[in-house]
Design a binder for this molecule. Structure first.
Ligand code: 15L
Length: 277
């Protein structure tokens, strides 16, 4: 089975990760349907279609998903903003994507985020079932997306892979990314596994390369048949000194996102020894 033998819908195609995936997945022979609120800034690859659409337009999203076996949902607001900016694209938008998947009988890969867990301290290693601790409205909206995935599996049998993405960049650029870096190659190989895995139900994956300093442990990768091959470890010496001067950011897994609008004045609670990395 390969769901990429049918058209694959990619939302958020004009974003940094979207453009990377459009290029890389087309090169692998996938037939992509690209969509974004913004125009696609690159040349649309041969055989690929691009349609500008708003995730808040339920009919448009349903029409885009028709005939697709797989939806890569990377669209929506991707950094911290006021609630009002995030709610439409990330809450209503997510609902429209899962509804579209239900009608099309498609599997979803959802670009969730490490910011669903950003208020955990950095010296704790998390497993897949640990409680969510979003570090802002953006992380909260991704938590909602994950729960939609769970609901649509339990109620409608729509399959989802919820990928809690760390930091996707060609290479890590600061100390925090020694823990969170997710190489483009590892992301592409994960998507290939998501297209070919026979039955995945509702699966959760920590979207990071095999970094020794990772904040994250167990997840459902065996069920999908995926293992990362890259690691940020070779940048350890160069990047370890590259920290911020912001104690709230340095204490929390979410980094700078955790300190946006932070108003607590007490010291963060100490970590229980049993949860330490
Ligand atoms: C994310 O979820 C953001 O979309 C991205 O811009 C990065 O900030 C990344 O997380 C990260 O935590 O490095």
């Amino acid at each position: 089975m390969n769901l990429a033998d049918q058209p694959v819908l990619l939302t958020g195609a004009s974003g940094t990760i979207g453009r990377l995936l459009a290029r890389r997945l087309t090169a692998l022979g996938w037939t992509l349907r690209l969509t974004d609120l913004l125009p696609f800034p690159d040349e649309v690859p041969p055989g690929v279609t691009f349609r500008q659409a708003d995730l808040q337009d339920r009919e448009a999203v349903a029409a885009l998903a028709e005939g697709c076996g797989l939806i890569l949902h990377f669209g929506g607001v991707s950094v911290e903003h006021p609630f009002e900016t995030i709610a439409g694209p990330n809450l209503a938008g997510c609902f429209h994507v899962w509804e579209a998947a239900r009608m099309a009988g498609a599997r979803i890969v959802f670009a969730s985020s490490n910011h669903v867990f950003g208020f955990y301290p950095r010296d704790v290693r998390l497993d897949e079932a640990d409680p969510m601790r979003p570090d802002g409205f953006y992380g909260l909206s991704k938590a909602y997306g994950e729960l939609l995935g769970r609901l649509y599996w339990d109620k409608h049998g729509v399959e989802s892979v919820l990928v809690r993405i760390g930091s996707v960049l060609p290479e890590p650029v600061e100390a925090r990314m020694l823990s969170t870096w997710f190489s483009p190659d590892d992301l592409v190989s994960l998507l290939q596994c998501c297209a070919t895995a026979p039955a995945i139900g509702c699966a959760t994956i920590w979207g990071a390369s095999a970094n020794t300093r990772s904040f994250w442990g167990r997840d459902d990768r065996d069920r999908i048949g995926w293992a990362p091959r890259d690691s940020a470890d070779r940048w350890e010496e160069r990047l370890s000194p590259l920290v911020t001067d912001d104690p709230v950011a340095e204490h929390h897994q979410g980094g700078r996102f955790a300190s946006i609008d932070y108003s607590r004045t007490d010291k963060p609670p100490a970590v229980t020894a049993s949860r330490k990395r």
